[in-house]
Design a binder for this molecule. Sequence first.
Ligand code: ARG
Length: 457
Amino acid sequence: MALWSGRFSGDQKKELVEFTESVSFDKRLYMHDIAGSKAHVEMLASCKIIPAKTAKSIKSELDKIQKLIDDGKFEFKIALEDIHMHIESAIIRSLGDEGARLHTARSRNDQVNLDTRLYLRDETGKICQGIRNLQKALVFQAEKNSDAIMPGYTHLQHAQPVLFAHHLLAYVEMFARDSARLQDCLKRINVMTLGSGAIAGTTLPIDRTKTAKLLGFPVISANSIDAVADRDFECEFLSCLAIFAMHVSRLCEDIVLWTSREFSFVELADSFCTGSSLMPQKKNPDVAELARGKTGRMYGNLMSLLTICKGLPMSYNRDLQEDKEPLFDSADTALKILSVFPPMIATLSARKEKMLAAASNPELMATDFAEELVRLGVPFRKAHERTGALVKWGNTNRIPLDKVPFEDMKKIVPEAEKGLLKIFNPAMSVSKREITGGTGPREVRSQISSWKRKLQN
Ligand code: ARG
């Protein structure tokens, strides 16, 4: 029988029990629920609301339940609705009236809010650690291939030569923003909401600061109505993960392109690829494709929760029970991605000669040519136009830019000097870009060292 059955008569229908239960998915909050309950009874005892002896028995009983669940020996039944009811019922079963004091000055509305915050605090820590590992793998590859030059792309068209390391470090920057966003979200997660009761707090003289201290929360919630209604911290968490997934998905797309025969810029270790059941020659980048695909559910989870919360009247509504599966799914998916990506990145091999060959098309240095004209005093717009005309001439006459006879060049670019032909060299092109944030080898090396320092522990 449900713990709230006092004002009800007759048993609940099986279909209703199945429809309303959440224990099938929220049982994974058991450790957080137990941690919250232990802090709660300790606070109740210190405020003399329950005897110290009772708090002690409840705490030791909670430890036993934790062990039973850890060992898979705890019996779950959907008639007990959710994890909170399961644990409280087990306490009452073993301690009788003493156990019946556990839920004093507490509602499941503030309890579930607290448990979710404890859960998300843990997950945020694990995900940020995973992101660090991924960044370390990218920095490792950047350092290992610090002299590799590849074509940089815009619109997926050849743009300008860049260092492969510079390209990899672009992802390190994106992932750094993901971590920073999660750390910022953690400030809103890290608020202690217990003591808000069902909506209006409690008449009993509890000490919420004490509970917060016991659970390591720096802040307590200021409004009991907001506290039980609030799921913003969950929306934020899912939004952080959606953006993270978007970044992963972009990296995946690069990996899929780079491993294609047409690019052949990198090769993944065999252990991170799969074969085809039909075509014996195939080596597919499935890990990257799957991670790119999983972005869909991460966006979907954010949309689910925003939609669940939209239009809810104050304050707690049972709709909010639907928050858990999207949260669990996004956190699990992020952690799964982060378990395979760092080793996959760390073990890939860069094919520098292929990258350099692709970056050696002199047209990639057309901007360098125009900037040399600027050095010779030509206004940039004019230099751009002249260089464009030179590219057109080369294309029409099927002559690569670096092979255009000087006399012909002079006709199109009157300001041209002989030395300009040296410009069409990708190594020189990157080496001239030593500005802060540029792709110059010295600048990129200093970025690598700075990331290595930041990612040290
Ligand atoms: N299982 C519920 C949830 O996840 C717990 C809170 C239920 N509160 C209530 N008054 N029925 O939201």
